[in-house]
Design a protein around this ligand. Structure first.
Ligand code: FEO
Length: 406
């Protein structure tokens, strides 16, 4: 992919990773991009690098625009490997360039590289850098999503370089939201935003709300948001800001997602009458089978719904391993404003459904008890109990949902 002009004298010079399907454990069925940007001004300035394996591609893109040896400043908004591990290849070309980074970023960078010979200047929120006709404003965004994270605002171009924020894991030939063709991906663009948020940013909702408010208070005019993954928001950057604000505020659909796994189809057989009960209550329902679904999609669907039912057989008195893996992921993402319940089959003494409830409570989620269980294979009576359980849970979800905005 060639260098792409995004604003006068500002270029996307990143790389597209069409093949990545496992992004540090996050399933990425659409691949991703590593976006970085180059500003041609009196001081040529590079914003971020790319993953090390793709650094040569980005450097070739720079060469299409300017001799990389002329780069004077390098802004590192985030030190995670997908954005900063190509830095050594750039520094080999421009050893005299000055790096601008947060204090925590500098500390982290020193663990990845020998930085002793590099000219590094630390910046904090409100610091500016004049590069000629343009002024860069730095905005720290700690824990969005690493301690070192920051964004860079290019005042004269009303451009926010937002690192991971507002990004999506989408490998596409298109660079901008107004070019994006929905059928080129298994996701819609909105879905890709939610997927990214749910899997990476879910724990940081209150920080996101505060940071967006801070940006709004700074009165920055933004007519383009250029993240470090996925497409660039130029048609309607306010849309993605609103989506983030809504997600951070806890907006979810009045829906129950049933997430389950099964050994001999007993727990699976319980899902259908449960779904019928949910639908009888007039609530939308979606069913996700773990092991048949990438974990990241199960997490996204969990995040989109107000209510979740976890179905699990009991194996050795514990929940099924794939369900345990899902619960482990979700616990780390610290969800809020969701209500859950559980169901499942067992052969001896059971234990899995209780374990799920214990986990949901440990996550400080609201729960609907008791769950429903079936011995070996659900009987017609068990199926009727499942239908009643699904209906009662959906009615509870409707009542619970009413307290949230949106
Ligand atoms: Fe895309 Fe936090 O790295």
């Amino acid at each position: 992919m060639n260098a792409t002009l995004i604003k006068p004298d500002i270029y996307w010079i990143g790389a597209i990773d069409w093949a990545v399907r496992d992004f540090h454990g996050y399933m990425t069925p659409n691949g991703t991009t590593y976006n970085n940007y180059l500003i041609l001004d009196e001081q040529i300035t590079l914003l971020d690098t790319v993953k090390h394996d793709f650094a040569d591609i980005s450097i070739e893109n720079i060469r299409q625009v300017v001799d990389p040896g002329k780069i004077r400043n390098i802004v590192i908004n985030h030190i995670e490997n997908d954005h900063a591990s190509g830095l050594d290849k750039i520094m080999a070309l421009v050893p005299g360039a000055t790096i601008y980074i947060t204090e925590k970023g500098k500390k982290g960078l020193s663990r990845f590289f020998d930085i002793s010979a590099w000219d590094i200047r630390t910046v904090k929120t409100g610091d500016t850098l004049s590069i000629g006709k343009r002024t860069l404003l730095f905005i720290e965004t700690p824990m969005l999503h690493w301690p070192d994270s920051m964004m860079t605002y290019v005042k004269e171009d009303k451009l926010l370089i937002s690192q991971d924020g507002f990004g999506q894991h989408l490998a596409t030939a298109e660079r901008f939201d107004d070019e994006f063709i929905e059928c080129s991906s298994v996701y819609t663009l909105d879905d890709a935003v939610v997927d990214y948020y749910a899997n990476i940013l879910m724990p940081f909702g209150s920080i996101i709300k505060a940071k967006i408010s801070e940006i709004q208070k700074l009165g920055l005019e933004i007519d383009m948001i250029a993240p470090d993954h996925g497409i660039i928001w130029r048609r309607n950057p306010a849309k993605v800001l609103n989506m983030y604000m809504n997600m951070a505020t806890g907006v979810a659909a009045l829906r129950v997602v049933v997430i389950y796994d099964t050994m001999w189809h007993s727990t699976e057989k319980m899902t259908l009458p449960i779904m019928r009960g949910i639908q009888e209550a007039g609530v939308d329902c979606k069913i996700i089978k773990l092991r048949a679904t990438p974990m990241s999609i199960a997490i996204k669907e969990f995040w989109k719904a107000r209510g979740v039912l976890i179905g699990t057989p009991t194996l050795n008195n514990r929940m099924y391993p794939s369900v345990a893996e899902f619960m482990q992921h979700v616990a780390g993402l610290r969800p809020r404003n969701r209500i859950g319940g559980s169901f499942g089959s067992y052969g001896w003494g059971g234990g899995a459904v209780k374990e799920v409830y214990d986990d949901l409570k440990a996550m400080k989620l609201d729960v609907f008890e008791p769950g429903v269980e079936a011995l070996y294979m659900p009987s017609p009576e068990d199926e009727e109990r499942c239908r009643e359980f699904g209906k009662a849970f959906a009615e509870k979800v409707r009542e619970y949902h009413a307290q949230f905005p949106g």
